[in-house]
Ligand binder design. Structure first.
Ligand SMILES: [Zn+2]
Ligand SMILES: [Zn+2]
Length: 264
C-alpha cells in the first residue's frame, strides 16, 4: 500500500469527479489520502470530503498565500477544529517567498500560530517552504527550542541545509512529482541522504504531476510514479519503498487508524 500524504481534493479541478479520482487512487494501491487545508474559512468543505470517503483524511490550516486574510484565526481555533475525528494534521502553513502573495510578517505570524497548534495537539504540522530557507530554518530552530512538535517539510524543493536541519529537529521530508523531473538531479541527491525513517511521498495534486504525466492535472493515483523514482534514488525495490513510506506515514500521522488488512 502507498499513501498520498498531501493533496487538494477540494480544488475545483476535481469537483466533477471526486469519487472517480478516489476510486482510481485505491485501484492504484494508494490506500490513504490526506486532503490539505489552505483556508480555515473553507474548512467545512474539506471536512465534508474527508467524511465522505473512508480512505480520505484532512488537515486544518492556512496556506502562507492566504496568511494575511486569516490572521484572525488563532491557535485556539485550530486546536478546536482539529478535534474532529477526520483531522489528522495542522496546516499547510509556512513561508513562500517565491510568490510572496502575503506580506512576510503575516506569513511568519500565521506559521507560528500553526506551530503552537501542532505542539498543543501533537498532530503533525504540514510545512510549506519555498525560497525561504534561511527564515524557515530560523523559525524552526527558535520554535523547537520552546518545545518540540511533529512536522513534515512537504513537497520538498529547498536546499540541502533545510533538509538537514529539519531532520535534526525530528522532522520528516516529503517528496512530490518534482523528484521525477529530469532537472531535479540535485533534489534526488538530497533525497538519498534523508534517513529512511523520515521519507514520505505525496502528489500535491492537482499540481506538479510526476513524469510521465508532467504538465497534466495531477491526482493521488500518480504518487506511485514518485515512489518509483524515490525507490531508484535510494536503491530499494518497489515493495520496500511502499513499506518504508507507509510505515513512516502512520508513525507521523498517528491519529489515523492503521488499516487492519495492511500487507506487503
Ligand atoms: Zn504547499
Ligand atoms: Zn499543498
Amino acid at each position: 500500500m502507498l499513501v498520498d500524504s498531501h493533496c487538494h481534493l477540494d480544488f475545483p479541478d476535481f469537483a466533477e469527479e471526486r469519487a472517480t479520482i478516489v476510486a482510481r487512487a485505491l485501484a492504484a494501491g494508494v490506500g490513504r489520502m490526506v486532503t490539505i487545508s489552505t483556508r480555515v474559512k473553507r474548512f467545512q468543505q474539506i471536512l465534508e470530503i474527508a467524511e465522505n470517503f473512508e480512505e480520505v483524511f484532512c488537515s486544518v490550516g492556512t496556506h502562507p498565500h492566504n496568511a494575511a486574510e486569516e490572521l484572525d484565526i488563532t491557535t485556539d481555533d485550530l486546536v478546536r477544529l482539529a478535534k474532529q475525528p477526520k483531522v489528522v494534521a495542522i496546516g499547510e502553513a509556512g513561508l513562500d517567498y517565491f510568490y510572496d502573495k502575503a506580506p512576510r510578517d503575516a506569513q511568519a505570524q500565521g506559521f507560528r500560530a500553526h506551530i503552537a497548534a501542532a505542539r498543543r495537539t501533537g498532530l503533525p504540522l504540514v510545512i510549506h517552504a519555498r525560497n525561504a530557507d534561511d527564515d524557515m530554518i530560523a523559525i524552526l530552530q527558535d520554535e523547537t527550542g520552546k518545545g518540540a512538535f511533529p512536522f513534515i517539510l512537504h513537497c520538498f524543493s529547498s536546499g540541502r541545509r533545510l533538509a538537514e536541519v529539519g531532520v535534526a529537529l525530528g522532522g520528516y521530508v516529503s517528496f512530490s512529482g518534482i523528484l521525477t523531473f529530469k532537472n531535479s538531479a540535485e533534489l534526488r541527491e538530497i533525497a538519498k541522504d534523508v534517513p529512511r525513517d523520515r521519507l514520505l511521498v505525496e502528489t500535491d495534486a492537482p499540481y506538479l504531476a510526476p513524469v510521465p504525466h508532467r504538465g497534466k492535472r495531477n491526482e493521488p493515483a500518480y504518487v506511485a510514479e514518485t515512489a518509483k523514482v524515490l525507490a531508484e534514488t535510494i536503491g530499494v525495490n518497489q515493495d520496500e519503498i511502499a513499506r518504508i513510506t507507509t510505515d513512516n506515514f502512520f508513525r507521523l500521522f498517528s491519529k489515523m487508524p492503521r488499516p487492519a488488512q495492511q500487507g506487503g
